[in-house]
Ligand binder design. Sequence first.
Ligand code: RFL
Ligand code: PHB
Length: 394
Amino acid sequence: MQRTQVGIIGCGPAGLMLSHLLSRQGIESVILERQTRDYVEARIRAGILEQGTVDLLRESGVGERMDREGLVHDGVNMAFANRLERIDFQARTGKAVMVYGQTEMTRDLIESRLAAGGEIKFSAPALAVEDFDTSHPRITYEEAGQRKELGCDFVAGCDGSHGVALQSVPEERITTFERVYPFGWLGILADVPPVDDELIYANHERGFALCSMRSPTRSRYYIQCALDDNVDNWSDDAFWDELRRRLPEQAADNVTTGPRLEMSIAPLRSFVAEPLRFGNLFLAGDAAHIVPPTGAKGLNLAVSDAYYLATALAAHINDDQGDLLDRYSDTCLRRVWAAIRFSWWYTILMHRFDDDPFSHRLQVAELDYLSRSEAAQTSMAENYVGLPFDATFA
Ligand code: RFL
Ligand code: PHB
């Protein structure tokens, strides 16, 4: 049986960042990934990195391409009632966010892991985590049609929603919290210049819309859709028409249309599984919590979990200090719930829930307040650029 110090299930941002940070502390790990490398590197997901994520990528030596190709955004636009109002992150918090796709960050981390001699087994789905309450946990997995085992000192379940790590834990040891929203996001990716230099989040009577981007020549747009909607119902023209209808005139006039590179629907939900530690099995990222994409927090939480876990494992393995590991679950959950709250608030503020005109007037009143009040803007901005995470686990 192959052995490693930390067995990691999942080659997404959480698993890759954990493996990367552990190797910098001299700790060996093996990543098991169900999909092929091509699949993982082509997957289109999140696009916004918080300041703390950007700093960590830089400090840990994987920020070079991000700094060359990423776009620093000092603010964001809020559209409502045919108005366009800007929230200035720099002025309110002294921080910014970076537009750099999760796809690109994943590629950078895979390349860096492999160049440093790290081991990633692609097309190797984990089946279960065994003996995690002992000091010799094992991951059973499949490789080339064969059933195999990876012996570990610690196991990290970074296997996303529906992962096997959480499923390996008896139900009575887990408490879950969930909110399912009654709509989804229909997203399009197209090689057209973005409508604005910065993102536009739009509240509209027809439903939410978001103008985002991946580069000065590649745009990512989303519109709120019904849960039972289907990509086949949407031609490119129908998407562009609906997007324009939901934007203030000045922005709608600036939309450049083009053929889709990708179109998909994502449902929106909030989910937390507690705790994040079961003996020597630790959960990180989407494996333990899901946020609706409205606050752009999913990817950033995966990174902060990985940071906390790498720091705690290094303190235990290298310095024989176990207290950070003991506090891992509580430390992460505090930050996770802050992001769950912010994403929930932002989702409620921006989406159409029903035909109730009272609800819509309330949303407009809150957005109007946000546009006038520095205090309200500071609160929004400090959550959007990301609450801090640091080694003291304060
Ligand atoms: P990931 O990225 O899902 O990675 C988990 C990895 O585990 C693998 N896996 C297994 N490997 C081995 N054995 C098994 N049994 C396995 N089961 C699963 C999977 O193949 C995968 O490679 O989780 P991680 O690392 O926690 O990172 C979290 C982020 O990816 C996620 O929070 C965000 O991408 C969420 N998200 C979005 N967030 C945003 O902030 N903005 C967005 O626009 C946005 N769009 C999205 C999204 C998530 C989506 N999902 C999960 C389907 C769009 C989609 C479609
Ligand atoms: C994206 O660019 O995919 C994106 C940006 C901001 C969000 C969600 C998704 O809140």
